[in-house]
Write a protein that binds this ligand. Sequence first.
Ligand SMILES: Cc1cc2nc3c(=O)[nH]c(=O)nc-3n(C[C@H](O)[C@H](O)[C@H](O)COP(=O)(O)OP(=O)(O)OC[C@H]3O[C@@H](n4cnc5c(N)ncnc54)[C@H](O)[C@@H]3O)c2cc1C
Length: 425
Amino acid sequence: MTVLIIGGGIGGLALALTCHQIGVPFKVFEASRTIQPLGVGINIQPNAVRELYALGLENALPNIGVKTREYGMFSRHGLEIWTEPRGEWAGYKWPQYSVHRGELQMLLYNTLVERAGADCVETGWRCSGFENTEESANAHLVNSATGEKRIENASLIIGADGIHSAVRHQMHPDEGPPIWGGAVLWRGTARGKPFRIGASMALIGHGTQRIVAYPISEADPDTGFATINWITELTYDPGAGWNKEDWNREVDASEFLPMFKDWSYDWVDIPALVTQSDRVYEYPMVDRDPLECWTQGRVSLIGDAAHATYPVGSNGATQAIMDARKLGRAFFDHGVNPSALKAYEDEMRPPTTRVTLANRGSGPDAVLQMIEDRCGGMFDRLEDVASHEELSAHAAQYKSIAGTAIEALNNSPDIIADGAKVRLV
Ligand SMILES: Cc1cc2nc3c(=O)[nH]c(=O)nc-3n(C[C@H](O)[C@H](O)[C@H](O)COP(=O)(O)OP(=O)(O)OC[C@H]3O[C@@H](n4cnc5c(N)ncnc54)[C@H](O)[C@@H]3O)c2cc1C
C-alpha cells in the first residue's frame, strides 16, 4: 500500500504529511543530498493556508512569514492604481502568508520527521524513471553521490520532482525543455522598513519591466526592520535565448540595476533594497505547456511536475499544496489505487491548466500594462484613465480562475475531515 513520493519540495512534503495524517504508508525520495532552505519569498494563498492549518501548522507559520494584509499595483512612477485587502482582511476565513520558500520547506520537512521519523525521507536518491506492472509500480533510483542504483516497489508513485521532473519526462519524452517566454527575474532579500501598511505586497511597473516587493518577516520591534523580498523583472526577445534556468544562480546586481535606478519613491526605495541584498539570484521565467494527461497507470504528478507555471499570481506553492490535499482526499474516496489518481487528475488538471494559461496572458497584473498603454504610467486622476469597475472586474476574474474566490472558499467543506483515516484493504 506504500505511496512513493519522488521529490521533497513543497508539494512532495505536503503530500507526505497528508499521507501520514490519513494513515497511508509512504516514502519520500529526494535527489538533493540534504534538504536546505533554498529560495526567497513566496506567497501561500488562503486556500492552501487552510490546508496547512489542517495539517496542524497554524502556530508554526508566524515563525516563517507574515500574514499579507494588502496587495497593490503601482505605475512605474510609483502611483497607486489598485489596492485590495488580502487574506482575513479581505473576508477569507484564512490568511494569505508571505514566507521564505526555504523556511517553509524546512518547516514541512522537520514536522514530517518529528511525526513520522527520519526514515520516511531518503535524501541523495534521484529518480531516473519508473515502470508499471500489473499490481504495482517500480521507481528506478540512482544515488546522487555514488551512482549506486536501486529499484523500489510501491502501490503508487507520485512525481513531485519539480519543473525538470524525470517522472514527467518519461511520460512525455518528446516534450523538450521548459519554455522561456522572454522575461528574466532577479530576486533577493534585504532588511528594510516595511512600506505602506506594513504587510503590503506591491507590484510596480508594466508588462516588460516591473518589480514585486513584500515583507516575509514581522518587523523587529527594536529596529523596525523586516526582511523584504524583492523581484525585478525585464522582458527580452524570447528568440534571444538565456542561461539555463536554475532557481539558485547567483549574479551581480550591476547586470540589471541600472534599468531600475529611478525606481525610488517616497514609500519604497527599490535600488536601495537591491544594493543592500547579500545575494542576488537570476531566473529566466519559464513554464511548460499544459498536459493532456498526467497519470500513467499507477504513476501520477503533482505540483510543478504536473503544471509548472510562471511565478506570477503567487500560485506555484499554493497549487502544489492543493494537489497534495486533493490527492489525499482521492485516497479516501477511491482507495490507494489508480482510480484515485484518475479522480485527482480529473479534478485538478482543468483548473491548473487555466491558471497556467492565465499567467501567460492576462495574469493578475495585466492591468499594469493597460495603464502604461493608456498614459505611460503618469496620471493626476486615475479615474480619467480607468474606471474602478474595470479594475475591480479584472481582479475578480483572476481570483475565480485561481480558485480563491472568497465566498466559494469560505463555504467549501474540509477537503480532509479532522482525524479521518483511510481504510487500507
Ligand atoms: C531550490 C529551489 C528554489 C526555489 N526558489 C523559489 C523562489 O525563490 N520563488 C518561487 O516562486 N519559487 C521557487 N521555487 C519553486 C517553488 O518551490 C515551486 O514552484 C512550488 O513550490 C511547487 O513545488 P514543487 O514541490 O512542485 O516543486 P519544488 O519545490 O521545485 O520541489 C521539487 C523537488 O524535487 C526534487 N527533485 C527534482 N528532480 C528529482 C528527481 N529526479 N528525483 C528525486 N527528487 C527530485 C528537487 O530537488 C526538489 O526538492 C524553488 C524551487 C527549488 C527546487
